[in-house]
Design a protein around this ligand. Structure first.
Ligand code: 1PR
Length: 551
């Protein structure tokens, strides 16, 4: 098998990249010291998270001169995400920390005054000066997750000899990919961008991208192709499939689905509802065009060491065939193994990332951390799971899953919590409600509302909110739009609407009537009532931009 060298210098969550490379037929050789960079012919520098953290790690280990030498020697180099950012002179994310300086200029942050930041999801990489660039296609979409970007000014980088592909987010056009000579870099994650992304990695690995760049002169793409691409430009509406996984009474891990979190059959035996096998179902949803797959491990007990959790094997197997982002939730908190060994939340997250997860989702522990945050007068402790994991792996890697329940009140003055006036009054005609956070899968309600929780976890460094709703879960009656609007108004980080989807129209409704960043469905997909593809086709018919699955 041909080889490619991979420099994994920060966190170790590059399993999906390794899987993508192997899928294309290449073998990964790890670079373990700066000396080994010299032995590399093709080199990939991935990176996620904080620019300063990544660059200072590289500098501390003595990699920067070796990387420069590799690039200057004309050997193939590919940077991914922070690996692209590292090519620039510096970044507003950490002005004190210089980049490689291959390209002059500094990255800056997306403006969050009217949009969610980080920019998470599927967007374009459109090259105006070439019909193709490393397999990028104008009508394909690629998975981005970043808060900082290099702002695109037409002609600036081109004057320095770079071919540039761009994306646009909320009116800001940024560099999505660039190439010159032996260097190619993507701000998006090709390893998480389905077939479109695998095509890009292949063009780097087999040299066709660089060859084409050298041999084909720049030529403006046709107006027709450009207009077609622009019509579909921008961030797509993300559709996520969620699999609640737990051990059934026979000890098998199954995909289940509750009604308002009750996952047991209504029949007399009250067995755990079994809707299928997690790995097979994840693959099916990927092939239907799901933009992400989320696993929530809702088994509330375990009798094995964390390292032996069957969910780890499920992630490993899923990430071999599913090339879109994978999130895993459930049980991410400081814990103790049956033999008394303490395992931190960060260690558990590390195991999940190494097994193929791209994000971890934290539920109960986030609620407790938020309570502590307010009890300490809104002071950050630095020790919470959210802070530790986001520091090590980047904010984008930490999702907080919220399990709220409605509490009705006759009047806002009846509670200290943030209320909304609701169109669906309570059992006694109450016209107001607030959303109480729960822990332990909804079994325990806390004196904390969703606004408090989401603002606290945003301050701690969470990158995204998975907003469930116990009242709506499994009802097929549509998302709780009032809840989503309240949370969206409270925070800047993206929100995934969850609970209640029963048909494609509900997805359209939540995207049209709220500013949600993504929407998630479970039961309607598991029961085979609709496919993810049908939801996306419906959204497309209604004029919303969605990623089309490329087979
Ligand atoms: O508290 O960090 O251990 O995390 C536990 C995680 O497991 C949390 O994310 C919590 O939401 C989840 N969870 C716990 N118990 C249940 C349960 O159902 N008994 N599932 C549970 C939550 C909710 C959704 C569901 C949507 C969409 N599942 O994710 O997929 O409501 O469903 P629908 O489209 O069919 O309406 P921790």
């Amino acid at each position: 098998m041909p080889k490619v060298h991979l420099l994994d210098y920060v966190a170790g969550n590059v399993r999906s990249l390794v899987n993508a490379i192997e899928k294309i037929g290449y073998e990964v050789e790890w670079v373990r010291s700066p000396d080994e960079v010299a032995q590399a012919e093709k080199l990939i520098l991935p990176g996620v998270g904080h620019f300063g953290h990544c660059l200072s790690q590289l500098a501390k280990a003595g990699y920067l001169p070796a990387l420069r030498a590799h690039i200057d020697a004309g050997k193939p180099f590919m940077g991914i995400c922070v690996g692209l950012q590292a090519l620039f002179a510096n970044s507003a994310e950490d002005p004190s920390c210089p980049g490689l300086g291959v390209i002059p200029g500094a990255l800056n942050r997306f403006d969050d005054s009217a949009k969610s930041v980080p920019h998470i999801g599927w967007n374009n990489a459109l090259c105006a000066s070439r019909p193709t660039l490393y397999g990028l296609k104008p009508d394909s979409k690629y998975y981005y997750v970043h808060s900082y970007k290099y702002p695109y000014t037409a002609g600036e980088l081109e004057a320095l000899g770079w071919a540039v592909a761009t994306g646009t987010y909320g009116g800001e056009t940024f560099v999505g990919a660039l190439a010159k000579g032996n260097v190619f870099a993507t701000q998006f994650h090709p390893e998480k961008s389905g077939v479109a992304g695998l095509r890009v990695i292949r063009a780097f690995l087999n040299g066709s991208g660089a060859r084409e760049l050298a041999e084909t002169p720049a030529e403006a793409v046709s107006t027709e192709a450009r207009n077609a691409a622009i019509a579909q430009e921008g961030l797509t509406r993300r559709v996520i499939a969620c699999l609640d996984v737990r051990t059934n009474d026979q000890g098998d891990l199954v995909v289940t689905k509750g009604d308002q979190y009750d996952v047991r059959e209504k029949s007399a035996d009250r067995s755990v509802r079994n809707l299928g096998k997690p790995v097979d179902m994840a693959k099916r949803y990927y092939e239907q065009g799901a933009d992400e797959v989320t696993f929530l491990n809702i088994t509330s007990f375990r009798d094995c060491p964390v390292a032996d959790l069957p969910m780890l094997e499920i992630l490993r197997r899923t990430s071999e065939t599913v090339f879109v982002p994978l999130t895993i939730g459930g049980g991410i908190r400081d814990t103790v193994d049956p033999d008394g060994t303490r395992v931190s939340a960060l260690e558990i997250a590390a195991m999940y990332f190494k097994s193929g997860a791209d994000k971890v989702s934290i539920g109960s522990d986030a609620v407790i951390a938020a309570e502590d945050y307010y009890n300490a007068g809104c002071a950050l402790s630095g020790g919470t799971a959210i802070e530790q994991i986001s520091k090590a792996y980047g904010n984008q890697a930490v999702v907080v899953s919220v399990d709220p329940k409605r509490v009705y009140v006759a009047d806002p003055s009846a509670t200290k919590h943030a209320t909304i006036k609701t169109a669906t009054p309570g059992p006694n005609g109450e016209e107001y409600c607030w959303y109480a956070c729960t822990i332990k899968g909804g079994r325990e309600t806390r004196d904390l509302d969703v606004v408090q929780l989401t603002q606290a976890v945003e301050a701690m460094g969470a990158g995204e909110i998975l907003l469930n709703c116990i009242d709506k879960d499994g009802t097929n009656s549509g998302f709780d739009l009032e809840l989503i609007r309240q949370v969206k108004a409270a925070i800047k980080i993206p929100v995934i609407a969850s609970s209640g989807a029963g048909n494609p129209g509900h997805f359209h409704e939540v995207f049209e009537q709220t500013t949600t960043d993504a929407a998630l469905g479970a039961g309607m997909f598991h029961r085979g009532e609709y496919t993810v593809q049908q939801v996306k086709d419906y959204l497309n018919e209604k004029g919303l931009v969605v990623r089309k699955f490329e087979g």
